[in-house]
Design a binder for this molecule. Structure first.
Ligand SMILES: C[S@@+](CC[C@H](N)C(=O)[O-])C[C@H]1O[C@@H](n2cnc3c(N)ncnc32)[C@H](O)[C@@H]1O
Length: 302
């Protein structure tokens, strides 16, 4: 937990934060409405004797009373997909519409890409891209199991992604669920901080800046880009969005979130960020008994 000490000045109730980081997480799943309604899924869980609790902010997110959520009948049939509760936030903030063109530029293993497809009633195009070929097979497997037929998979570096392969020249919406130092996954993965270093934060921040810039360039004017990470480091969060504000045509916009959260920070380590970054959400483990996440919503401007 030592690396997390650097966030003492920005996290309210820091002791509660540290205590929450040490507690294991529950077993969350998302109902895959491409295959079954929430009602049908709850019936199926009741039939197989698996208890559940629905998340207050999103009835499609369930905490299951079983240690093996992947071995239930509902999971086997693709009615549910194991996905951390906070991990379901970015697609909801992206708010895609059926029929749109959406780019999930860092998509493997596909939890959010298949959630985006479900939010679009599996109508439209979700281009699910990842640069890691090994992780692409998991993405394809999940898309097939969950019946997400609107998904098209590509394997490329998002930083210089070419749209030449498509018959359109911009996406309506883009999700950047960026590679990161994963500090916020400590409850799910107790080893998450074992290889932590400031050097790693700074190198991954460079990659994140390249990806967010290409995401904005590939999204139409008036379109939406959501930037998310499962980490707390402002270098990988507000500083990346600040870089995008300085280099690309975009602005930070507000969004409603039914989950308790803290605003984005506007000062860190001697750097000052645009005040609009307060509209970003920092979701800490002690606030809703979840993992940690950062989410910012951008509108592409002229
Ligand atoms: C946080 S994970 C994405 C999780 C995924 N969105 C989900 O919900 O299942 C970040 C992903 O970014 C991919 N990645 C890293 N660098 C990339 C790059 N330059 N271009 C595209 N993908 C990249 C990694 O392979 C990894 O799968």
């Amino acid at each position: 937990m030592e690396p997390l000490e650097r966030y003492r000045s920005i996290v309210d109730d820091f002791d509660a934060f540290l205590a929450a980081c040490e507690r294991p997480l529950g077993n969350a799943v998302r109902v895959n409405t491409i295959k079954a309604s929430v009602e049908r899924t709850l019936e199926a869980l009741a039939e197989e004797g698996v208890g559940y609790e629905q998340a207050d902010w999103n009835p499609r997110v369930l905490d299951l009373e079983t240690d093996s959520p992947g071995s239930t009948w509902t999971s086997f049939h693709g009615f549910t997909h194991g996905q951390e509760e906070v991990s379901a936030v970015p697609p909801v903030v992206l708010d895609p519409e059926p029929g749109e063109r959406v780019w999930d530029c860092c998509a493997a293993p596909g939890g959010k890409a298949t959630q985006i497809a479900a939010l679009m009633d599996d109508r439209g195009t979700v281009v699910a891209n990842d640069n890691n070929l090994g992780r692409i097979s998991a993405l394809r497997f999940n898309a097939e199991r969950l019946g997400a037929t609107s998904l098209a998979v590509t394997n490329a570096d998002a930083r210089n992604y070419s749209l030449e392969r498509f018959d359109f020249d911009a996406f309506d919406r883009t999700l950047v669920d960026a590679p990161c130092s994963c500090e916020g996954t400590i409850r799910k993965n107790p080893d998450a901080l074992d290889n932590w270093s400031e050097g790693h934060i700074s190198s991954v921040a460079g990659i994140q800046k390249g990806i967010i810039r290409r995401a904005i360039q590939a999204t139409r004017e008036g379109g939406t880009v959501v930037y998310s990470t499962c980490t707390f480091a402002p270098e990988e969060n507000e500083a990346v969005v600040q870089h995008a504000l300085e280099e690309e045509d975009c602005r930070v916009v507000d969004f409603d979130l039914g989950l308790e959260h803290s605003p984005g920070v506007t000062e860190w380590d001697g750097e000052t960020f645009d005040s609009s970054l307060e509209q970003a959400a920092r979701i800490y483990p002690h606030q809703n008994d979840t993992g940690g996440f950062f989410v910012a919503k951008l509108e592409v401007t002229a």
